[in-house]
Design a protein around this ligand. Structure first.
Ligand SMILES: O=c1[nH]cnc2c1ncn2[C@H]1C[C@H](O)[C@@H](CO)O1
Ligand SMILES: [Zn+2]
Length: 383
């Protein structure tokens, strides 16, 4: 039995400008879900791709948001046809990757793991290796451009295999080959219902034998069995979404909470949940921000993290996600720091680097923001 206690902090809510300036960590962001609309239009024109639903960037931006707002993961995923269509050459991949890093850095993200499925970028004749190298080159270029603007960001790649396809072992081997060369882990994504993670056991067993890291999209469009398989059959280090773990948590009228065996395991083992609130609203996994399980999961101190999933389809950013949560749950900078430290602890880079990011970047960044109120009024005048 666990008792819920209200957030004891009396600190003021984080303002939107503070949220943007706060150091943020992003573990779940799809490269093909975050293109700039103007870039899609330009790449489509240059490549002769004529099936874009709109050719005006602003109208295209709105089309993606609306089309993804369907209440169904399968329909949400259909919109990726257009983004993947324009990401089939070395130049296009490198450009999209560089712009992704610039956009994240401008949003105050200091560390990100960005994922994509190499098998979806072979139509222009590139090999799997060439795809990975083009994206890595773009990520490094983006980091350089951000640094030139005075922004610090580090980005690692996660290689995704599509769960309806049969290339997971090949992609896992690819992730392993490019380990220490910009790739920090592996993932599976795509329609969840009907495609359980155990279909790809060989890939996960290979990665475990190699002491490599992986996350699995689980518990988004399908419930507890998917999470259970991802953890207990496949050995996932993190859960992509995992939001349906809420189905194993009972809250009684007196506010007391009872965790089922799986929810208790997830919390006890500190399994990171890559929560993506806005994406969940669009695919029907949650009805509103207020009803999103992140509120309860944060109070119960699950290893909850906040993520964008697809910045284009969900018309969001890390600042956007944090802002929705601050408005809904009255979160303070302390809460945002808690989510950020959770995310950094859960990253797939080495422990000493994670620790340095937490102690030397994240905590000082939030401390500086927390101290701002001190300087907002003259000495001797009550605030
Ligand atoms: O939220 C998601 N759930 C499952 N699959 C997803 C989600 N967002 C994006 N994808 C798919 C579509 C992309 O083409 C692919 C690789 O990034 O991953
Ligand atoms: Zn995702």
């Amino acid at each position: 039995m666990t008792t819920l206690s209200p957030n004891p902090s009396e600190a003021p809510l984080a303002s939107e400008t503070q949220i943007r300036r706060a150091p943020k960590v992003l573990l779940h962001d799809h490269l093909d879900g975050g293109l700039r609309p103007a870039t899609i239009v330009e790449l489509a024109a240059a490549q002769g791709y004529e099936r874009l639903p709109e050719t005006d960037p602003e109208r295209l931006r709105e089309w993606f948001r609306e089309a993804a707002d369907s209440g169904s993961l399968v329909r949400y995923l259909e919109t990726f046809t257009h983004t993947c269509a324009v990401m089939q050459s070395r130049e296009a991949l490198a450009r999209v990757a560089a712009e992704c890093v610039e956009d994240l850095a401008a949003d105050g993200v200091v560390y990100a793991e960005v994922r994509y499925a190499p098998e979806q970028h072979l139509e222009g004749g590139l090999s799997l290796e060439e795809v990975v190298e083009a994206v890595n080159e773009g990520f490094r270029e983006g980091e350089r451009r951000a640094a030139a603007e005075g922004r610090r960001i580090r980005v690692g790649a996660l290689l995704t295999a599509m769960r309806h396809a049969a290339r997971a072992l090949e992609i896992a081997e690819l992730a392993n080959r490019y380990r220490d060369l910009g790739v920090v882990g592996f993932d599976i994504a795509g329609a969840e219902a009907g495609f359980p993670p155990t279909r790809h056991l060989d890939a996960f067993e290979f990665l475990k034998r190699e002491n490599n890291h992986f996350t699995i999209h689980a518990g988004e469009a399908f419930g507890l069995p998917s999470i259970w398989q991802a953890l207990q059959w496949c050995g996932a280090d993190r859960l992509g979404h995992g939001v349906r773990i809420i189905d194993d948590i009972q809250v009684a009228e007196d506010g007391s909470v009872k965790l089922g065996r799986l929810a208790a395991y997830v919390r006890d083992k500190r399994i990171p949940l890559e929560l993506c609130p806005t994406s969940n609203l669009q695919t029907g996994a949650a009805a509103s921000y207020a009803e999103h399980p992140i509120g309860l999961l944060r109070r119960l101190r699950f290893r909850a993290t906040v993520n964008t999933d697809n910045r284009l389809m969900s018309a969001t950013s890390m600042t956007g996600e944090f802002t929705h949560l601050v408005r809904t749950f009255r979160y303070t900078l302390d809460d945002l720091q808690w989510f950020t430290v959770n995310a950094m602890k859960s990253a797939f880079i080495p422990f000493d680097e994670r620790l340095a990011m937490i102690n030397d970047v994240i905590k000082p960044g939030y401390a500086a923001l927390r101290s701002e109120w001190l300087f907002s009024h003259p000495v001797g005048v009550p605030s």
